[in-house]
Design a protein around this ligand. Structure first.
Ligand code: ADP
Ligand code: MG
Length: 291
């Protein structure tokens, strides 16, 4: 492609709120075979709300207070939702805060170790989950909610469930990509039943759930080497930076974290998912004109 045509294309895209960092990106975007998406904040709004609050051996208020006290140290969308739920309650002081990527968080309150996170966080900290609690847990998971367990000194003290709405444009975006012959994937750290239900709602073909952030990168690599496919990955979180960098085209949602925006080749302002399709269409159009 001629440099001028590409420059003009990049400029035109910017008018639509699509920032393309270099000309090569624009040339490649029209040739992608696979579009992979992070779930939270990309396919969904990323503004979950707490639904169920189930306490074991403590009051609901104590449960919310403990959970929000540890979560106040995190800016994960789950953490923000739990802190909002605790509005009006006095939060406790935490020390030795630790963010366990893709699993949850850990902190010490009054000498007691408090964990808030998924099953895998409980397992890696030797917290046993009784059959009774497991039943409740499984039941909520089948309603496609994100479930957070809270444990104090190795005992489960509660379950919080959260649900997150799918973005208005997600379904249309996936349909448009399919029309262009692009295969779709969802890669998420969330549990499988939630992931499958969201994927079904928007029409995504392939789902990889319960994966750690570093594995998002491996999955992108796998798809690329499998039949030498060109992969576009769209994400918004701090966790997504490695996958954004690995992808042939990394698309960062403009309402995401700074690190995601730095890692992306394309930044879509205001997080409008349909701009992912627009970026691909732009590329095709510019390339057609140049040839
Ligand atoms: P996603 O791939 O949807 O962006 P993440 O990798 O950020 O998800 O998180 C994966 C899972 O780890 C969450 O669904 C949740 O179970 C757990 N988790 C992550 N951060 C937190 C947190 N601050 N508090 C509780 N659980 C968390
Ligand atoms: Mg995310």
């Amino acid at each position: 492609a001629t440099p001028t045509a590409v420059t003009v294309g990049v400029g035109r895209a910017a008018e639509f709120g699509i920032l393309i960092k270099n000309g090569d990106t624009l040339e490649n975007a029209g040739q992608i075979d696979v579009a992979a998406f992070d779930k939270t904040g990309t396919i969904t709004e990323g503004k979950p709300e707490v639904d169920d609050v189930i306490a074991y051996g403590i009051s609901e208020e104590e449960l919310i207070t403990l959970a929000a006290s540890v979560e106040q140290n995190s800016n994960h969308p789950i953490a923000k939702a739990i802190v909002r739920k605790a509005e009006g309650l006095e939060l406790l002081n935490t020390v030795d805060f630790e963010n366990v990527t893709g699993k949850g968080i850990k902190a010490v309150i009054d000498g007691r170790t408090v964990l808030a996170g998924n099953k895998s966080l409980m397992e890696s900290n030797d917290v046993e989950i009784s059959d009774d609690i497991l039943d409740t847990f499984n039941n909520l998971e089948n309603q496609s909610k994100t479930i957070i367990l809270l444990a104090v000194d190795e005992h489960v003290r509660g379950i919080l469930s959260l649900s997150d709405k799918v973005k208005q444009n997600s379904k249309r975006t996936i349909e448009e990509l399919h029309k262009m012959g692009v295969e779709t994937y969802m890669l998420t750290g969330d549990n499988e039943s939630t992931a499958l239900s969201v994927a079904e709602e928007v029409g995504i073909d392939n789902v990889k759930a319960g994966i750690l952030p570093e594995n998002k990168l491996d999955i992108v690599k796998d798809i690329q080497s499998n039949g030498s496919k060109k992969v576009l990955f769209t994400g918004d979180g701090i966790n997504d930076a490695p996958a954004l960098t690995q992808a042939d085209i990394g698309v960062a949602m403009g309402n995401g974290t700074d690190i995601a925006m730095e890692s992306g080749d394309v930044v879509v302002m205001e997080g409008d998912l349909e701009n992912v399709v627009a970026a691909v269409q732009f590329s095709k159009k510019v390339m057609r004109r140049i040839k």
